[in-house]
Design a protein around this ligand. Structure first.
Ligand code: PXG
Length: 396
C-alpha cells in the first residue's frame, strides 16, 4: 500500500473497497496511475465519463465560466441556467426541468414531485400516496431511497425508513398492474438495471408499463441516471421502447465527467406542483454547472455519441460472444453498457477485474458474478479492439 492509499484508508470512511491503483491523470478513454501505467477506463465512473476524461470542449467551457461567474444563489437569475434547461427539455421531449447535483437528489426530487402531484392533481388523500419500485432497483443512497431497496446490504443499520413504497418484480407487467391502487402516484423504474447487474427487461416492458400507467393515471418515472445520454445506444434507454416517460431523471454524464449535475424533468402539470420554497438546492443550476452540462449535451448531439454507442456496442458484444469459456453464463447489454455474467463459483468477477487491471483495463464487478464494461462513448473501434485482445487473454 503506498502513501495515497494509506491516507485514504486512515482518514476516509471505509465505505468503498477500491482496486489497488492510484489514478493521477485522464485523457479520453484512458487514465494513468502514479507509476505512469496507462489503463483503458471501462468503468467511466459508472457512466459519468461518457465524454471521455478531461474532454477539451468541456475543460474549455468549465475554465471560461470559472473565470466569469461560478455560483450565485437561485435567489437570482443567471444568463446560463435557462439555456441549459431549454436544451435538456428539447432533447428529451419534456416540458420543464429542475436541476440538482447528485443522482440521489434528483431521485428525491422525483419522489417529492410524484407525491405532491398525487395529492394536488390526482386527488389522493393526504399522506396516502404510494410509489411502486422494482426489485433489484438502485436509485441512490439517501435514507428514503435505500429504504425501498430490495438489497438488504444497502439498508442494514440505517432504518427506520420512509413508508409509502411498494416493490414489484422487475420486468413483470402483471405484477405492476396488481400493485397499482387508487393511491398509486408513480412507478419509478430504471429502463435497464445498472447496479442490479445490467439487467435488461423483456422487450416491450416499458411500453406496457407506460400503457398501464396511463390507464390508471399513474406517473411513469424513468431513472436514466446511468442509462441515459447515449449510454445504451439511444439518447435515452426508454426510446428503445418508444416511450416518453411522464418524469425523467438524469445525472452522471450530464455533468460531462466534470461536475455533479443532475435533474428531474417532467410534464408541466407535474412540475407545477413545486412552488416557492417547496424545494431547492444551494448548488443546483449554478452557472458553472449549467455551462458544463449544456456543453455536455451539445457534444452528445453533435458528436452523435448515442449512435456511436449503438454501433460500437453491437460490435463489442458480438466479439465478446465469440469467447469460448464455459464459466461465462451470459454476455448482455445495450450500446456500450455491457455486462459479462459468470456462473456462480466458477469465476469470481472481482478476480477477473484484478486480472484485467494488471493488463491495463479498469473495470468493476457488480455483485460477485457480473463484470461491467462501459467505456467512455468517445472510444474508437481500434481502442475497443485493444480492449478485446486483453479481455480474451484474461478469459480464454
Ligand atoms: N440512479 C441510478 C440508476 C444510479 O445508477 C443513482 C441513481 C445515484 O446517483 P448518485 O449520483 O447519487 O450516486 C445511481 C448511481 C455507489 C454507486 O457507489 C452508484 C451508482 C453506481 C455504482 C456505484 O453508490 N449509481
Amino acid at each position: 500500500m503506498n502513501n495515497s492509499m494509506q491516507l485514504e484508508e486512515q482518514y476516509g470512511a471505509h465505505n468503498y473497497h477500491p482496486l489497488p491503483v492510484v489514478l493521477v491523470k485522464g485523457e479520453g478513454p484512458y487514465v494513468w496511475d502514479d507509476q505512469g501505467k496507462k489503463y483503458l477506463d471501462m468503468m467511466s465512473a459508472y457512466s459519468a465519463v461518457s465524454h471521455g476524461h478531461c474532454n477539451p470542449r468541456l475543460v474549455q467551457a468549465l475554465t471560461d465560466q470559472a473565470n466569469q461567474l461560478t455560483i450565485v444563489s437561485r435567489a437570482y437569475y443567471t444568463d446560463k441556467l435557462g439555456a441549459f434547461l431549454k436544451k435538456a427539455c428539447d432533447m428529451t421531449e419534456q416540458d420543464m426541468a429542475l436541476p440538482m447535483n447528485t443522482g440521489a437528489e434528483a431521485v428525491e426530487t422525483a419522489i417529492k414531485a410524484a407525491r405532491k402531484w398525487a395529492y394536488t392533481v390526482k386527488g389522493v388523500a393526504d399522506e396516502q400516496a404510494e410509489i411502486i419500485v422494482a426489485n433489484g432497483n438502485f436509485h441512490g443512497r439517501t435514507t428514503t431511497i435505500v429504504g425501498f431497496s430490495s438489497e438488504k446490504a444497502y439498508q442494514k443499520g440505517f432504518g427506520p425508513f420512509t413508508p409509502g413504497f411498494k416493490l414489484v418484480d422487475y420486468g413483470d407487467v402483471d405484477a405492476l398492474e396488481a400493485a397499482i391502487t387508487p393511491n398509486t402516484a408513480a412507478f419509478l423504474v430504471e429502463p435497464i438495471q445498472g447496479e442490479g447487474g445490467i439487467v435488461i427487461p423483456p422487450a416491450g416492458y416499458l411500453k406496457k408499463c407506460k400503457a398501464l400507467c396511463e390507464k390508471h393515471n399513474v406517473l411513469l418515472i424513468c431513472d436514466e441516471i446511468q442509462t441515459g445520454l447515449g449510454r445504451t445506444g439511444k439518447l435515452l434507454a426508454c426510446q428503445h421502447d418508444d416511450v416518453t416517460p411522464d418524469g425523467l431523471i438524469l445525472g452522471k454524464a450530464l455533468g460531462g465527467g466534470m461536475l455533479a449535475v443532475s435533474m428531474f424533468l417532467s410534464r408541466k402539470d407535474v412540475m407545477d406542483v413545486f412552488t416557492y420554497g417547496s424545494h431547492g438546492s444551494t448548488f443546483g443550476g449554478n452557472p458553472l454547472s449549467s455551462v458544463v452540462a449544456l456543453e455536455a449535451l451539445n457534444i452528445i448531439e453533435e458528436e452523435k455519441l448515442a449512435e456511436r454507442s449503438h454501433e460500437l456496442g453491437e460490435y463489442f458484444m458480438a466479439e465478446l460472444r465469440k469467447i469460448n469459456n464455459s464459466a461465462i453464463k451470459e454476455i448482455r447489454g445495450k450500446g456500450l453498457f455491457v455486462g459479462i455474467e459468470f456462473h456462480p463459483n466458477q469465476l469470481d468477477a472481482r478476480d477477473v477485474c484484478l486480472q484485467l487491471m494488471d493488463k491495463g483495463i479498469l473495470s468493476k464487478e457488480t455483485h460477485a458474478t457480473v463484470v461491467r464494461l462501459a467505456p467512455p462513448l468517445v472510444i474508437t473501434k481500434e481502442q475497443l479492439d485493444d480492449a478485446l485482445e486483453i479481455i480474451k487473454e484474461v478469459l480464454v
